[in-house]
Ligand binder design. Structure first.
Ligand code: DP6
Length: 329
């Protein structure tokens, strides 16, 4: 009744921002991400009759409130599927900043979905794990799979799971994360999205435009066109942020260093370096580049005032059990 899983964050190249009206866990727009090696969440779940409630330890700290509530929500789904009644102890560690816009919730709920199902004695099933993770945090559905992963809009038999588009090495892509602040962000994605939906005059325009941007991103991946992929991804991120900034009150995740990092990316590109920016619901700038330009981009971003450190990441594999199941890829 105990299992450990590892999952990686993913970075959306075509962003998801907004939910389907009337549904807390269906996206309003399709999204496409790349799962990243180089940063990881490791989660152990143990169901035990000795426990009188579910427990969550995150990076060694006992958690309650909203964080625990989302974990309990996922565990309840697993208990219902497996016919279990016992509570669980969940222990999770991240090797990168938690809740800061580095997509930690994606790797967290992907690892939790895989570990919880396995601890409950359920067989591995990637679409079911993806659907389960999506019911708690939409972007985490994509971290179940490795490489390039899409999440559409239409549930099939009331399930909506992500699916793989291309293997990690399909394109020569590298991601340099410029960390501009350590510590948690002020407004969670869930809360920020609700505010945007309720008050941004640009939200409907975003929902109209996002599927076209998604198609551009997808086509660029299929045709292995890094420049087209970078341009479409940057457009997706900036269109999403423009929509958030127009919310009332405004949702500005950026700091001065974010703006300086964006300018550095533009300057690098003008001088012939492959560099395109993407930003999630946080201040960090993630730069898409190639293996040839990776070290140059890391040096450029590391020199931007206000950038605390850079993390080099590359497309990686999906969520998995540890030790690796026999016969697993
Ligand atoms: C900006 O999946 O964290 O990273 O579904 O409410 O849990 P909830 O939100 P979440 O939102 C992620 C938004 C994003 C873009 C993306 O990953 O597609």
């Amino acid at each position: 009744m105990k299992a450990t899983a590892i999952a990686h964050p993913n970075i959306a190249l075509a962003k998801y921002w907004g939910k389907r009206p009337g549904s807390a866990r269906l996206p309003a727009v399709p999204s496409l991400s790349v799962t990243l090696a180089g940063m990881q969440t490791k989660t152990t779940v143990e169901f035990s009759r000795a426990l009188s409630s579910d427990e969550l330890l995150l990076d060694g700290e006992r958690k309650s409130g909203r964080e625990l509530a989302r974990v309990v929500e996922l565990l309840d789904c697993v208990r219902a599927e497996a016919g279990l009644s016992s509570f669980a102890r969940v222990e999770s560690t991240n090797d990168f900043p938690t809740a800061s816009g580095l997509a930690s919730s994606a790797s967290a709920f992907a690892a939790l979905a895989v570990a919880a199902r396995a601890a409950a004695g359920l067989k591995r099933d990637l679409p079911l794990e993806s659907d389960l993770a999506r019911r708690i945090s939409i972007s985490s559905a994509r971290s179940i799979f490795g490489g390039y992963v899409e999440l559409g809009l239409q549930p099939v038999a009331s399930r909506l799971a992500a699916s793989p588009v291309a293997e990690p090495d399909h394109i020569d892509l590298r991601v340099i994360v410029a960390v501009v602040r350590e510590g948690a962000k002020d407004v969670s994605s869930t809360e920020g999205m609700l505010r945007t939906m309720a008050s941004s005059p640009f939200y409907d325009a975003w929902v109209q435009a996002a599927p076209r941007i998604f198609e551009r991103v997808r086509a660029a991946i299929v045709s292995r066109d890094v420049a087209a992929l970078g341009a479409a991804s940057e457009h997706s991120a900036l269109a999403m942020h423009a929509t958030m900034v127009a919310a009332d009150p405004a949702l500005v995740y950026w700091t001065g260093a974010t703006v300086d990092a964006l300018a550095a990316v533009r300057d690098a590109r003008a001088s012939g370096v492959v560099a395109y920016a993407t930003i999630d619901a946080g201040p960090h700038v993630k730069v898409l580049t190639t293996s040839t330009h990776e070290s140059r981009v890391a040096a450029i971003m590391g020199a931007v005032p206000g950038v605390k450190r850079v993390i080099a990441a590359r497309p990686g594999e999906g969520a998995r059990l540890e030790p690796r199941e026999r016969g697993a890829p």
